[in-house]
Design a protein around this ligand. Sequence first.
Ligand SMILES: [Zn+2]
Length: 435
Amino acid sequence: MAEAVRRLEGDYVLTMDDEARLLPSAAVDIGSDGRIAAVGAIADLGPAPSDVDRVGGLLMPGLVNAHAHTPMTLVRSVGDGLPLADWLRDGVWPREGRMTAEDAWWGMVGGSVEMLESGVTTSCEMYLFEDQVADAVERTGGRAVVTPGVISALSPDGRVDGRLAEIVAFHRARHDPEGRITVGFAPHSVYDLTPEQCGEIAAEAASVDALFHIHLEETRAERELVIERYGRPATQLLAEVGAFAGKAMAAHGVWLDADDRRILAEAGVAVAHCPLSNLKLGSGIAPVREMLADGIVVGVGTDGPASNDNLDLWEELKMAPLLARGRSLDPRAMTARTALTLATSASAMAIGLSDVGHLSVGAHADLIRVDLDQPAFEPGEDLLTHLVFAGSSRYVTDVWVAGKRVVRGGRVQTVDRDKVLAEMAARGRRLGAGV
Ligand SMILES: [Zn+2]
């Protein structure tokens, strides 16, 4: 354990560890290794290190975005109102087809700034241009699980081994559990690839204990297509090819039935719930209460910023319990505390990271300060409920990742923000020209 070099003191600390403790007048000690050296009530902590920063407010873990395609900031709001298949074919894919590696870098930098400034310290990224995605996150000071995508368009001969070799090499080069980038594998879906290809990719991921990340049961049309093509649903097909043997997370799960959920629960497959994306694209409302009751680890994700249309996970934090309650006609369907767990420690667990999403000794010092000096947090008797239902990213003032302050006063400190915005505007316009 590294020696504590700095102490951040808050009016409250919300740990989101197993006990999800809300500690008044508490502090987080950060070690020279960027990890948490101590956390607790100030009165109970040992002698303070020489550097004490009395930041006040609420200190809590940074939020964890379990499913995103962040470079799609450059195609934000494209094709609004179109069904998923048309939205991809007519709006998104023509623009993405023109995207250069440099575009992807700027799109990822811009999205990373957007996440950091809203208090999201980690995201799980499914995209191409994995080198640029990882480089951009290194640059902004965020943290990411980079899961390079595999799509059929890159494997027209039906073989995935070429792309798979690239991802294996990328994993070898960039996977760093002690750093801010870890690496997984992301076949797009069973309907885009084949179940056998997904199994092949999962075996490679499992061989290096990396996350297998796939879209699953996002739309009813997709479910029907898979059943028509293979005679059974995607979850069963994936289980049959051994795709769930290692660490695995499925994004969406809107149309999972009870049999599918049982398979996922037994195999320990997590689900990234993306409620806003599912609503915006008219895909439906995922059975999250049922998933939780079945023992499935559920995180929350924004999905790509073209189907949301932002990367502000506070909206998912609020929408997840609202939808669970509305769908089941029961206000007990999801508590504020559970919603906070979904957006922090459960999302982290879903994407294969055990030391983010909670403030505990030894965890990465990824935390945010929420300004409580706001009408929205009065009268404040039940702060957790205020955070979920009255809170917002606009109250996030400061953000630390691996102990380094990357946002101060609501503004990112690591990159030239004006330059980032100008590049996003120019590059987004160029991608759209002629479509
Ligand atoms: Zn997605």
